[in-house]
Structure formats: structure tokens, C-alpha cells
Design a protein around this ligand. Sequence first.
Ligand code: SAH
Length: 250
Amino acid sequence: MHRIFIDREELYDDGGSLRVFGARAHHMKNVLRMRPGDAFIACDGAYTDYSCTVTSVAKDRLEASVISASQNASKKDYTLTLCQAMPKGAKIDFVLQKATELGADEINIFFSARTDVKYDEAQQQKRLSRFDRIVEEAANQCGAGAISAVRIFKDFDAMLASLDPAAKVIMAYEEEKTTTFKSVLRGNNSTNLVFIVGPEGGFDPKEAQHAKEAGAVLVSLGRRILRTETAGMFLLSCVSYEKQEEGGQE
Ligand code: SAH
């Protein structure tokens, strides 16, 4: 069944009906080819799913009746943030999509000392709109009840400074040889986890120092060097695995 995200303001009649306009209406009509009588799930991006049936399709809008509301099953009792150094080429699209599937609530993309791609302020708005579309599509596809928030930071320190001081910050550092991710994750009781992953060229030792000073724990992911797009997926997957072990469900 098709899933779409809506804004709460698109609900009318005390939540009994739905009117969608603009790009989403266009997508529902012309891409998903929804017609009166079709059933779909609309999610408000805040973990409420609405079971809907299309009632009318007009030039500028799509209307539906809301049959029932329920809590989205993907809601978890902890938050995950992936801070990913901007990789080369189209790899970032892959990272955004997979991080969404693996439960990242926030994705902070940053430029760092050894990032190959140059930061260009003028490009960022366009980039962000594209990234938002990628995470929304991924969230729809995997049935997430919220869309990951994506932000771009011009350098490592700006990204560090933006982090919640109460979060447990874990930085994957290729030069770390003793502290393992496993020991830190298993010993953790914070419900707000932040992971930091470097670019293809790795981290500058100064960045590792700054992260430490900001309270981050530097960890090893094992004896092999993972590619930047693999490292974040490994970190996020391990959390899902550990959480399932505890509660049967994530
Ligand atoms: N060019 C670097 C490796 C960079 S790998 C080198 O040759 O040393 C890209 C990023 O993935 C790293 O900055 C780190 O965040 C993460 N990473 C990959 N493998 C890792 C490992 N075994 N331990 C910790 N972090 C790792």
C-alpha cells in the first residue's frame, strides 16, 4: 500500500478528511496514479499513521477520507544521529537512504579537513532540497513514522558545536586501536546516540582532539578499514541489533 507524508494542516473535519495540494498531490495523482477508491496510508511525520481512501482527484489537489488513525510502528525510545563527512560523488545519496532505513532520526553532513569535495555556500540550499527528497522517499519506502532531519555544516567544529550536550557522542576513528565500538555501545545507557564518521581521507588528528575535548568517545570498528559509506551503516546496524536483543523489537 502506498504511503505518503502529510502536514497536519492538511487534515480537516476534526481529522475526518484530508486535502493534499502542491508537489505531493502531483506525486499522488501523476506518479502513484491514485484514483477515487484507492486506499493509502498518510503519515503526519510525528508517528501517527492515517488509513485513508481517495475521494476525489482534481487539477490542484487530492482529497481523501480518513478511516482510522494509529501509532506508527517504527517509533523507538531512543534517538540516533549520524554525522557523516561529505563523501565523493553520489555516495551521499546512498548514505541518506540507508541511514533512514536503519533508523537515523538526524543526519548531519559535514565538510572536514580531509574532505575531497569543497564546501560552496551557494550550493547548499539546492543540495538540502535534494537530500530532503531522498530521505522522504526512503522513509516512505521503509514505513518510518518521521522523516530524518538533514543538515549541512561547513566544517567539523561547527558540526561538533551543534550537538546536544546531553548526547552520547561516539566517533569512529581509524587510528583508535584499543577502545572498541562494541564495548562502548554495550556499556551505554544514553537514549540519545550520536555517531561521527570521517571522509575517504580519514580524520585529521586535530579533529580527533577537538572531538575528545567536546566529550566524544573515539572508537575502533575493527581491524579492517571500512569505506566511509560502510562505517555509518555498520554503526547504525549494530544499534538495531542490540535493541532487538533487549526488547524483541527495536
Ligand atoms: N583513509 C583512512 C581511512 C578512512 S575510512 C585511512 O586509510 O586510515 C573513513 C572513515 O570511516 C573514518 O574516518 C572512520 O570514521 C570510519 N572508519 C572506517 N574504518 C574504521 C575502523 N576500522 N575503525 C574506526 N573507524 C573506521
